[in-house]
Design a protein around this ligand. Sequence first.
Ligand SMILES: Cc1ncc(C[n+]2csc(CCOP(=O)(O)OP(=O)(O)O)c2C)c(N)n1
Ligand SMILES: [Mg+2]
Length: 323
Amino acid sequence: MSIEKDKLSDIYYKLLKIRKVQLKIEELYHEDEMKTPVHLSLGQEASSVGICANLQKKDYIFSNHRSHGHYLAKGGDLKAMIAELYCKETGCSKGRGGSMHLIDTSVGHLGSSSIVGGGIPHAVGAAFASKMLDQGLVAVTFLGDAASEEGVFFESMSLAALKKVPVIFVCENNFYSVCSHLSTRQVNADIYKRARAFDIPSLQIDGMNVVEVYETAQKVVTAVRNGKGPFLLECRVQRWRGHAGSGDPGAENYRKCEDLDPVNRRDPILEFETYLNEKELLSTGERTKIQEALDVEIEEAFRYGQQSPLPDIEDLEKYLFVE
Ligand SMILES: Cc1ncc(C[n+]2csc(CCOP(=O)(O)OP(=O)(O)O)c2C)c(N)n1
Ligand SMILES: [Mg+2]
């Protein structure tokens, strides 16, 4: 299958954007001006990008605490994201939500949830609405391997299958729930098999290979949009960093895996670059242009976030829904 050039550029731009933004967050986090926990998805860029590259702007996504990649892959506004990390009034949640509550409804991102598994039923609801209103939209929920252990995952799959709604459950299996490895939590690491109990089709793929994710997602999105009902896609990924924060000094103690080893761990961007070189796609000059434009865009976004005003103290209760 050949991928169109515009699509390849977009995939490269998004992969690099997510990587560079997160490295910048990591670099500045110690200044303690971002008053929010952050969960970096360094290493996991390919799954969100490969999936979202197949979605239309109006299609819905729902994200979790490891939210940056999903938001940027769906086209969320970068300045509003960075301002949100700095808890500023100009942030995408008006500075009240922080990193775990990113949202940009203008591009179909209906929100991230800090509650593990929280976004799963929301996606089923959005997909159900799309079906009832005959809108032809699909909803994607990104969830971690730990979220697949929540009861709501099974309840959501059950309802989605029964009502045959256009929802895609994308499980980014990085094998960790904070510091607990999957092998200490489950007898079967094949999360995709859990869909079988509901007659939901599913696949396990290499989530570090953006081309594989893109090509698989293309078929899945088409089928789901055409009324075939829900799908579960398990993307196996590597989480390069600790669970949260900019560093995780304890990570070396509980994780002795290749994800931590800068030499042996896999890099989805380097692998994509190798693919582009082999196929003679996107010249080095074109790639450099993308990189340089991104550096400017990211610098502006951080300046915007840092210089924006904090919310007014008078507005403390403005968005609280209390009678
Ligand atoms: C309902 C609920 N239980 C526990 C937590 C605490 N918690 C936050 S993130 C996390 C681990 C999530 O792991 P996973 O779903 O695999 O996503 P990952 O962090 O690996 O991306 C836990 C247990 C929570 N936020 N919500
Ligand atoms: Mg996990």
